[in-house]
Ligand binder design. Structure first.
Ligand code: NAG
Ligand code: NAG
Ligand code: NAG
Length: 206
């Protein structure tokens, strides 16, 4: 009985040590990992893939209605090229992309549109009341519309959700934050906040 008590208190100490190790105030949240388990790097090209099959293909630029700007969306099926994106953290000294930290994200692509290929919070689709993700520069003072973030998904390791909630850029602002998912419109797969959520993975371009 005595030795049992000893083991019990030892494991109790271990538990306390383990919890305090986890609970240390983390000035740096966990890095977002690519599909090979490596931290996402600033300035490197990544394809964004749906984590679950039958949810469309890679992220790409969508010509929504025959005019500029292009929208952020997905290929209709997996196996098609899509366009890679490049992440630039809001924190100028940060070289990796971390969970729940703001970044700019730009398609590594050229288009016929004058707008840049940076992701931007777009207009609300009147039919679904969902906010679309479009491309272009947000001309407001802090450009909060151009900052997105990545959160870990409960679906598993290396699976993430894309969010708009630029509180690093403006800590005093009150945002109606949102998580991105798919929105099919006339057969085209657009990305939109405020509805279904699309879990994704990040594949470093070879
Ligand atoms: C395309 O969509 C944009 C944004 O909703 C709208 O301003 C424009 O009028 C649309 N163009 C056409 C040809 O439907
Ligand atoms: C997906 O299919 C629709 C309907 O055929 C088409 O209009 C759209 O351009 C396709 N999407 C892509 C990214 O090619
Ligand atoms: C980035 O690093 C420089 C030089 O160390 C420092 O002066 C600056 O305050 C840092 N910026 C941020 C946002 O931490």
């Amino acid at each position: 009985m005595k030795s049992m008590g000893l083991i019990g208190s030892f494991s109790c100490i271990w538990l306390v040590m383990a919890i305090s190790a986890i609970a240390q105030p983390s000035s740096s949240p966990a890095p977002v990992l690519d599909s090979a388990g490596r931290p996402l790097q600033r300035g490197v090209e990544y394809y964004i893939n749906p984590a679950i099959t039958d949810n469309g293909g890679r992220f790409t630029l969508i010509n929504r209605n025959g005019s500029c700007p292009f929208y952020v969306g997905q290929e209709n099926v997996s196996g098609l090229d899509g366009f890679p994106v490049i992440f630039t953290p809001f924190d100028e000294n940060e070289t990796v992309i971390r969970e729940n930290n703001d970044f700019r994200v730009v398609f590594s692509a050229f288009t016929i549109c004058v707008q840049s290929t940076a992701w931007k919070l777009g207009e609300t689709d009147p039919e679904t009341n969902r906010r679309l993700i479009v491309t272009g520069e947000d001309q407001s003072r802090l450009s909060t519309g151009n900052y997105f973030r990545i959160a870990a998904s409960a679906a598993g390791d290396g699976i993430y959700e894309i969010q708009w909630c630029p509180t690093d850029v403006c800590p005093t602002c009150r945002f109606i934050c949102g998580t991105a998912g798919g929105l099919v419109e006339n057969g085209k797969r657009l990305l939109a906040l405020d509805g279904s959520v699309l879990p994704v993975t990040f594949e470093r371009k070879a």
